[in-house]
Design a protein around this ligand. Structure first.
Ligand SMILES: Nc1ncnc2c1ncn2[C@@H]1O[C@H](COP(=O)(O)OP(=O)(O)OP(=O)(O)O)[C@@H](O)[C@H]1O
Length: 230
């Protein structure tokens, strides 16, 4: 009888704790992410979702435990240099340069990886083909978000860290986001999403971060109480 060892997770949160400004965001958390898996981070404003994405990207060190990529601590200098090339980061700041066209704003990222040919199909999939030669200042918020999604597709990286990727997207945009996430996972990619909005992600793991300021009464409760307003 041969005993096969379970494969090492691609990404492992190994007993990780994380603090920000004296606030505990994570306490002794263990999460294994294999190729093709997804993790959804939720929690109130300020609960630490972006902080956790930054930690997963290796920018912030956990206060205890380790984030391991292929078994190696991502904050170690030699590992981080390789690990960062695995990451595709979508942040709330869209980093779109208004001096360049929509196409140039996407192809720039592809060329950094010494590749070519994915940007135009990505823009077309996002419904922006006809705007490719326009300057981004003419784009709506949702269209700017679609440019960010086109970048995700143009840059061929296996681990996606997505901070609020659905903000400003319409129904069609949300379906496209769900489609590209599913497709990326089918190809073995890993997707980690911080979101307040429901995004359909099949068989995703969920991690809800505790609130920054736990309170007995929410702001909505307060607004409902007439005697509270003077
Ligand atoms: N650059 C910073 N320096 C110091 N503290 C910060 C910084 N950025 C965020 N914080 C603090 O870290 C905590 C977590 O913030 P974070 O942005 O990770 O929360 P979040 O869950 O992503 O919030 P939101 O849902 O509003 O996007 C908050 O208390 C915030 O005030």
């Amino acid at each position: 009888m041969s005993l096969r060892k379970a494969p090492l997770p691609r990404l492992l949160l190994n007993n990780v704790s994380c603090m920000r400004n004296g606030h505990q965001i994570l306490r002794h958390t263990n999460v294994s992410l294999h190729d093709g898996s997804a993790l959804v981070l939720s929690g109130a404003n300020g609960s630490g979702k972006t902080t956790m994405l930054r930690m997963l990207a290796g920018f912030n060190r956990p206060s205890a435990g380790q984030v391991l990529w292929n078994g190696h601590d991502v904050t170690k200098a030699g590992v981080f240099d390789q690990y960062k090339l695995q990451l595709n980061w979508l942040s709330l700041k869209d980093a779109i340069n208004d001096k360049f066209t929509v196409f140039e704003n996407v192809v720039w990222f592809e060329l950094l990886d010494k590749k070519e040919g994915r940007s135009m199909p990505a823009l077309e999939l996002m419904g922006l083909g006809r705007l490719a030669n326009e300057k981004p200042r003419r784009l709506s918020m949702g269209q700017r978000k679609r440019v960010q999604l086109a970048r995700l597709l143009a840059l061929d990286r296996p681990i996606w860290l997505l901070d609020e990727p659905s903000v400003a997207l319409d129904e069609d945009g949300l379906r496209l986001l769900e489609y590209i996430i599913a497709d990326h996972r089918k190809k073995g990619g890993i997707v980690i999403v911080a979101t307040h909005q429901p995004i359909q992600i099949e068989d995703a793991m969920f991690l809800r971060l505790p609130p920054r300021f736990p309170r007995g009464m929410s702001h909505t409760d307060m607004l409902d109480r007439a005697d509270w307003i003077v």
